[in-house]
Ligand binder design. Structure first.
Ligand code: ADP
Ligand code: MG
Length: 321
């Protein structure tokens, strides 16, 4: 690399995100030293984005940086956790300064927005690949899990799933859309919004939670299986954005909402006893979530339209299918 590894780290990553009191030692030594908040459980997640697999290789670099952190933030949101520290393992074909500057600005802006400090990482030469590890806190015993749901719990999803899948199709030239719809959908793919505040608040209401990254239908299936129950989704209740409807029409929009990937929304179950409190204390129109179905005893996930169970050929993105 033309730029030395040391200079690259100093220039782009030493002061990335916020500076935090609980970082005893950050970038620069062999490892970071972090002071864990007493009374909290440490929550840890890691996710890799491979060029050509998880994003188009010519994606805007700021989007690659944003998404690399956003996918991990979304995992912490699903646990009801608050993020604190990130590590970045970056594999680059070359030390291209323009690319690095934009990548770092996308990553660091999102880190600042969520009070995250970048405390270390690794930098290597090879095919473009970005791994972020994220650490955070949740009050001991209060983390949300996939496995806490019961038959009878209501199922909700945040945001408007399906948008990101359409945004990716637009990026790749597989779909055309009017300008307004196009810019909304592309942004939902390029710059997803992890639902951090919602995740933390849901600790007081939800029995189970998962982040929707591989398609709503498949991810509901994972939550239901972990909770040892099944689920029924109401096809007509799926929340659809105006942009998605304009771009692909209603039938395809509902299919994308169920099976498209990269949404980074939250899907959560709420016991009947907590419903009234949830709906009054976190008004759905203000917090941006919608009731889409119910957990039930019978295993498997059914999508019901006008009283009839629909057939689906695929239930989300399978990396090794
Ligand atoms: P070592 O060879 O001892 O692992 P490195 O040269 O890989 O040291 O890293 C030096 C310091 O820079 C370490 O503190 C490491 O955590 C940090 N670091 C390396 N790459 C990155 C990166 N991409 N982002 C943030 N910190 C990094
Ligand atoms: Mg190293």
């Amino acid at each position: 690399m033309a730029l030395s590894e040391f200079a690259l780290i100093e220039r782009y990553f030493r002061n990335c995100g916020v500076s935090r009191q609980d970082v005893t030692l950050g970038v620069g030594d062999d490892a970071a030293l972090l002071a864990v908040t007493p009374g909290c459980t440490l929550v840890a997640a890691a996710d890799t984005l491979v060029a050509g697999v998880h994003f188009p290789p010519d994606s805007p670099p700021a989007s690659v940086g944003h998404r690399a952190l956003a996918v991990n933030l979304s995992d912490l949101a699903a646990m009801g956790a608050r993020p604190a520290w990130a590590l970045l393992a970056l594999t680059l074909p070359e030390a291209a300064e323009t690319w690095l500057g934009e990548f770092a600005s996308g990553l660091c802006a999102l880190a600042r927005a969520h009070s995250v400090a970048l405390v270390g990482g690794d930098t290597t030469c090879g095919p473009l690949c970005v791994t972020v590890s994220l650490l955070g806190h949740v009050p001991a015993g209060q983390a949300l899990r996939r496995s806490g749901g019961h038959a009878g719990d209501a199922l909700f999803v945040s945001g408007t799933p399906g948008d990101a899948a359409a945004g990716l199709a637009l990026e790749q030239g597989r779909l055309q859309a009017p300008d307004a719809a196009r810019s909304w959908l592309r942004e939902r793919f390029l710059l997803p919004t992890p639902r951090m505040a919602l995740g933390e608040r849901l600790r007081a209401y939800a029995s189970a939670c998962i982040d929707v990254s591989d398609g709503l239908l498949g991810d509901v299936g994972k939550l239901a299986a972990a909770s040892r129950v099944g689920a029924q989704l109401d096809h007509g209740a799926l929340p659809l954005s105006q942009a998605l409807l304009e771009a692909v029409g209603e039938a395809h929009a509902r299919e994308l909402a169920l099976t498209g990937g990269d949404d980074y929304e939250l899907c959560f179950a709420v016991p009947p006893d907590n419903l009234t409190r949830l709906l009054s204390e976190l008004p759905p129109e203000r917090w941006g979530y919608t009731r889409i179905g119910v957990l039930r005893d019978a295993v498997g996930v059914d999508v019901v339209r006008d009283g009839t169970v629909m057939e689906f050929s695929h239930s989300g993105y399978e990396h090794f299918a």
